[in-house]
Design a protein around this ligand. Sequence first.
Ligand SMILES: Cc1cc2nc3c(=O)[nH]c(=O)nc-3n(C[C@H](O)[C@H](O)[C@H](O)COP(=O)(O)OP(=O)(O)OC[C@H]3O[C@@H](n4cnc5c(N)ncnc54)[C@H](O)[C@@H]3O)c2cc1C
Length: 380
Amino acid sequence: MNKSYTTDIIIVGAGIVGLTLACLLEKKTNYRVILVDREQRLLRHRVSAINTLTTSLWKTIGIWKNMDLSPYEHVRVWDHCGASLGFDAEYSENEPLGWVVQDQQVHDALLLTLHNSSTVRLLLGEDGVEILQDTEQVHLKTQETFIHGRYLIACDGSCSWVREHLSFPLMQWSYEHTAITAHVILEKSHCQTAWQNFTQHGPLAFLPLSDTHQASIVWSTSPEYATALYALDEDAFIKELLFASEGRFGKILRIGPRYTFPLMMRHVNQYVKDRVILCGDAAHTVHPLAGQGLNLAMHDIVELLDAFVLIEKNHHHRRFLRYYERSRKTANWEMIALLECIKRLYEVKCPETKVLINKAVVCLDSSRVIKSLIKKWITT
Ligand SMILES: Cc1cc2nc3c(=O)[nH]c(=O)nc-3n(C[C@H](O)[C@H](O)[C@H](O)COP(=O)(O)OP(=O)(O)OC[C@H]3O[C@@H](n4cnc5c(N)ncnc54)[C@H](O)[C@@H]3O)c2cc1C
């Protein structure tokens, strides 16, 4: 016999997005929430570069103080033809450009916050099987339970089961890249800088960790080259990495386990279907070359919280959820377009066009006004 629960909001997916949303709903509203995830314990092997908005949300929740953070003061982007672009923190603002955090640590801290909650119930190890909707409620069936709620928010990631199950219209294309990630130990300090080299094999980022001689790499490259890189032994991989990083960090002394992620652009044409709402990677996935996926999701969360605060007072859920959809759709599309442009510009093969692009990058690097606009866009 299935257990049955009644709640206000059902969240499917207890990744960083689902957990952050649940913690903020608990802090800012009176909704009862049930958070469901098919995994009992999720292991995350990545780090994320995060911006000011993301940090402010985690400060509100209260998980910020105990984290092993790596703030970075500079961003340096260059390509194999020599053009480079740099951003620096303003000392007057007393804030770094961003932080690098361990996804596992954030996940565990958010989960811990919810363990003592009186309004959020966690159901881990429960896989969604069916969703039914009527005019008043949405019902989620898992193998073990039947949950009745007023709204269901899907935070179940890039291959969202909710999105597929309810046939949300989706636009998608392959970036024809697979990302390889790993922790590396460097001979020289990373100098609290996030580095990105657009190599001939695709963008290679070195994200600084709290030990100044350690970084996390994200190398986005063709699936064929990624397969070849993954198969290399440690010494041979280090050799490739040394060549691609142009020796900027001296020797690469050690490398941890490697993980691969096929990269797709995905964006739904509709964020809301009656009482079901998509959020985070369930609604959009982007190329990691600017480290924006999670940061975009945090903007979704802010808009969604605003909508739910208004729904609590006015009950006009259609109207407020439409606002959410409209504002996030536009902002997320802007980022998708920007990332597509950057990726394509660095993939140009024609030498004449390449010269023009390099000249444009040099001009951009010397323009304080345009650079400060870009900086604002990617750091807030
Ligand atoms: C290589 C790489 C590097 C990145 N670097 C950055 C970065 O530096 N900065 C940044 O901002 N972003 C970055 N991103 C993007 C970021 O990692 C994602 O945007 C973020 O992890 C999405 O979180 P999420 O909670 O939406 O999804 P997920 O982390 O995928 O969580 C989804 C959850 O849903 C659960 N679930 C799935 N299906 C079901 C179901 N049927 N029933 C119940 N539960 C279910 C899963 O178990 C999981 O816990 C990067 C992405 C990649 C691939």
